[in-house]
Write a protein that binds this ligand. Structure first.
Ligand code: NDP
Length: 290
């Protein structure tokens, strides 16, 4: 029997990329998906489609879950919970840290170990160098299965608390979605003025390329609690955020995002941070006004 053997439940774009990668590495792969037809191409490559969730669980100790969210996880596993005992569930479905902690306790109640995972890359990068996944949960279960998990992406073990992988993942997604929406907001502004995405691309790219410098500078200020107005004053930032907002108003595009940014700056000004660095806005974010 092949010692390299795994079950993958959930065959969306991510789960399918994972199964393909395991097959490329010579693994025996058992799969299950609510919509069985999504398994066809994988079965043609050698994956085994389990007829029931129970049989998918029975096939292996390591169970990789790639489902939309934890509601889907419970929808799939709850009816088959009696088959979970002795399993290690690497749950690579996205949701909140609290839901991950809850699921870990739920799995433990059924005799299974739950590893929370947060995949940092899109499906085409599964199995490719430079990709990584956050993991947290019982270290012994992680160590026992790290080699199999590393087939998918590099592993970044964050600690025993099952919520940690979800926390790092959601922090990363916070940066991703707000940056990407900021970019789309700039595109809307450009397009309203006859400037194409292609024309803006080098300038947006240049701005993004400068971001690591700002992340380090402001991150250090937040950690130390010192917010000198030596290179930037909040009063300057607040005026700039208003200019951004007014430019979007003039263009007739949606202003929800620039208005929210300007509102946060104003809250900092109202608290008397005008002469401090922008980084002091962390206090507004941490303790919003009632
Ligand atoms: P999808 O939402 O496209 O697919 C998810 C899978 O969940 C499908 O197999 C679907 O089954 C199943 N599913 C959803 N709801 C239920 C339910 N109620 N009962 C049973 N099965 C259900 O997600 P992806 O494959 O794109 O991603 C999987 C996870 O990976 C997500 O949590 C996502 O956030 C995360 N991720 C995704 C990335 C991406 O770029 N795609 C990047 C990084 C992380 P069915 O086929 O029957 O609909």
């Amino acid at each position: 029997m092949n010692e390299q053997s795994v079950t993958v439940i959930g065959l969306g774009p991510m789960g399918r990329a994972m199964v393909d990668t395991y097959l490329d590495h010579g693994y025996d792969v058992t799969v299950w998906n609510r919509t069985a037809a999504r398994a066809e191409a994988l079965v043609a490559r050698g994956a085994v489609l389990a007829p029931t969730v129970e049989e998918a669980l029975a096939a292996n100790e390591l169970i990789v879950l790639s489902l939309t969210d934890y509601d889907a996880v419970y929808a799939v596993l709850e009816p088959a919970a009696a088959s979970l005992s002795g399993k290690v569930v690497a749950n690579l479905s996205s949701d909140t840290p609290d839901r991950a902690r809850e699921a870990a306790a739920w799995a433990a109640g059924h005799g299974a170990k739950h590893l929370t995972g947060g995949v940092q890359v899109p499906p085409p990068l599964i199995g490719k160098p430079g990709s990584a996944t956050y993991y947290s949960g019982p270290k012994d279960a992680f160590d026992a299965h790290e080699a199999a998990l590393k087939v998918l992406t590099d592993t970044d073990y964050r600690g025993a608390d099952p919520g940690l992988a979800a926390l790092y993942y959601q922090a990363q997604m916070t940066v991703f979605w707000t940056s990407m929406l900021g970019y789309h907001q700039a595109l809307a502004l450009g397009r309203a003025n006859g400037v194409t995405a292609k024309e803006l691309l080098p300038y947006a790219t240049m701005q993004m390329a400068m971001m690591p410098h700002f992340l380090e500078l402001y991150g250090e200020r937040v950690d130390s609690g010192a917010h000198p107005g030596d290179v930037d004053r909040l009063a300057m930032g607040a005026a700039s955020a208003d200019h951004v907002l007014h430019t979007h108003e003039e263009a007739g595009v949606d202003t929800v995002l620039p208005a929210a940014v300007a509102r946060i700056f104003r809250a900092g000004m109202d608290r008397g941070f005008a002469e401090n660095s922008f980084s002091r806005l962390i206090e507004v974010l941490e303790k919003p006004a009632a």
